[in-house]
Design a protein around this ligand. Sequence first.
Ligand SMILES: C[S@@+](CC[C@H](N)C(=O)[O-])C[C@H]1O[C@@H](n2cnc3c(N)ncnc32)[C@H](O)[C@@H]1O
Length: 208
Amino acid sequence: MAANYDNSAWFYDHLSRLVYGKALVRSQVYLLKHIPANSNILIAGGGTGWILEEIAKVRPSGLTITYAEVSPNMISLSKKRNTGSNKVIFINKPVENLDGDRLYDVLLTPFLFDNFTEETLQKVFAHSHNRLKSGGIWLNTDFRPTDKWWHSFLLKSMIVFFRLICGIEAKKLPKIEKQFEGYQYEPIDQKSFFGEFILSTAYQKLSH
Ligand SMILES: C[S@@+](CC[C@H](N)C(=O)[O-])C[C@H]1O[C@@H](n2cnc3c(N)ncnc32)[C@H](O)[C@@H]1O
């Protein structure tokens, strides 16, 4: 079952900024410099779409962006965003169910994988991997396990909250970095945020 953030669409950004300040935004914006001009991008789980406005600040035109988001409410909020002169194709489907066999130059998965069990992570990861061109760039931002008790506490609270409100299936954080290690990806840029709790990595796909 896909994690559907419909119920939280109207408060999601407010809540995340209340808890994390600007860290969730900064961690994603940090990676946008890796988007080449005129590229074909796939965003999976972009939420309310604020990332589209940030992308337009870095690349105001020339991009073709496919925005795959499972929540209809998140899609309608995203459609109101100022996307500059970039072309945006909104698709209200889980990223793993995209039609066709189009390949992308860049893939964005911001706080997508933390919603999943290990099994779903592997499935969605494999689908996403197959959508990325050889040599393409994968920009991934997500939580990661640390040894700080308050990070574990925050993580558990978030999981319980979003399980209740949005029906996410995760009971704990799946092993996200391990997926990239299992496939042929080279980290080309990496930075942590919110005291190591959030990790942003730009990976390059080495082979198909
Ligand atoms: C934790 S939210 C993050 C939203 C946004 N990236 C942000 O950082 O503000 C995860 C988003 O992924 C969407 N989602 C969950 N599973 C998905 C899937 N399989 N394909 C596409 N979107 C998905 C949810 O509806 C939700 O909007």
